[in-house]
Ligand binder design. Sequence first.
Ligand code: UD1
Length: 377
Amino acid sequence: MSKKKILCVVGARPNFMKIAPIMVAMKDHQALQPILVHTGQHYDNAMNHQFFADLGIPEPDVNLEVGSGTHAEQTAEVMKRFEPVVDREQPHAVLVVGDVNSTIACALVASKKNVPVIHVEAGLRSFDRAMPEEINRILTDQISDLLFTTERLAGENLLREGIRGDRIHFVGNVMIDTLHHNLARAIPAKRIFEEAHAPQRFLSGAYAALTLHRPSNVDHLETLQSLLETITMIGERIPVAFPLHPRTRSRIESFGLSALLENSNLLILPPLGYLQMLGLMKDAKLFLTDSGGVQEETTALGIPCITLRENTERTITVDAGSNTIVGTDRKKILEAFEDILSSGGKAGKIPEYWDGHAAERIVDLMAQWLQNGGRLA
Ligand code: UD1
C-alpha cells in the first residue's frame, strides 16, 4: 500500500499547538506520509522556535520565510511561495489548521490545483466580519473537502453555509490534546515570577493573567488606553501578569502609553513559551484575554476567563465552559472581575470530546478518506 502524502501547514503561533498532536499521530503511520510546511508568518524565537522546542514538533521540511506584512502582502506572499511546493511534492491532500492568513493562503493554492483541502478547527463563527480571522474561516471552509470540528455548533454553522454533511466530522479539540500531553511539564508560575524578579505580591498570593493582541483592541488609542487603565484598577485588587505580544508592545510604544505599564501591580513579561504559558494559566485565579486559544485552554483547566471581545467564535467555552464575554466596557469588565473574586466565577465543565484524543480521530478518518478516494466507508 503506497503512503498518501499530506502537506501539513503551519504559520503562526496558535497553529503550533494544533499541529503538534497531529504530527505525533501521523508519525510512523502505515498509510500517511506527512510533510511539514512552515510559512514563516511568525518567525521570532519567542513566537516560533520556542514552541517547536516546547512541543517537540519536528523541524519543518519546508520554510517559506514570508515574515510580516499587510494582510494582502502576507497572504499573497504565502500563496506565491506555497504554489511551487505543491507542484514539486504533488501531495494527496493539504491539511491546514485554525484561521490565520497562512491557513486561507495555502487552502486557496491547493484548491485551485484540485488538491483536496483538509481543515482542522472548521466551522467556528464569531459572525463578526470585521475580524480578519472570520474571513479566513468562512473562505477556508468553503473550499475544504474534509472538515474537522471542535464543537457541535460548528457543524451546524457549516451546514447552514451549504457544506455537505458527509464532509463534516466532529472530532474534538487538538489544542486540548496538546494541553493534556503537556500539563505535567508546565512551568510553575512561581518560577516564572522569580526569574522575572517580580514584586513579592506575585510570589505570595493569588494573581490574574492577561493577554491582548487583537487589532480591534490594540490598534486604537482610546480602546487600548481604556483597557490598560481598567487593568491598572484590577491590579489594585490582585496583581496582574501580562505577557506582551509584539503587536501590542509596538502599539503601546507608538501611542505613548508606556507609562501605564510602569506599575508595581503589573508584571510585564515577554511573549511566553508554551510550557510557561500553561503554568501561568493553570495557577491563575482568573485570566483576562482576547485570544481564541486561551478561552479554550482555560475552559479545559476550569480557570475563570474574562474575554475582552464583543463576541466569540468558540461558543462552547461560554455555554459549557468557564468563559464570560464582556467586551471592552470598563463597567462590565469590573463587574465580571468582582463576581469572580467574590463567588469564584463559572466553574464550567469539560466540553464533549475535549479528551486528549482528537488528533487520533482526525488521522484515522483522514487515512480512511484518502484510501477510499475522498469518501468515507
Ligand atoms: C496572527 C493571526 C491571529 C493570531 C495571532 C497570534 C492572522 C490574520 N492573525 O496575528 O489570528 O491570533 O497571529 O499571535 O493571521 N511580529 C513579530 N514577530 C513575529 C511575528 C510578528 O515581531 O514572530 C510582529 C510584527 O511586527 C507584525 C505583528 O507582530 O507586524 C503582527 O504579526 P501578524 O502575524 O501580522 O499578526 P498577529 O497580530 O500576530
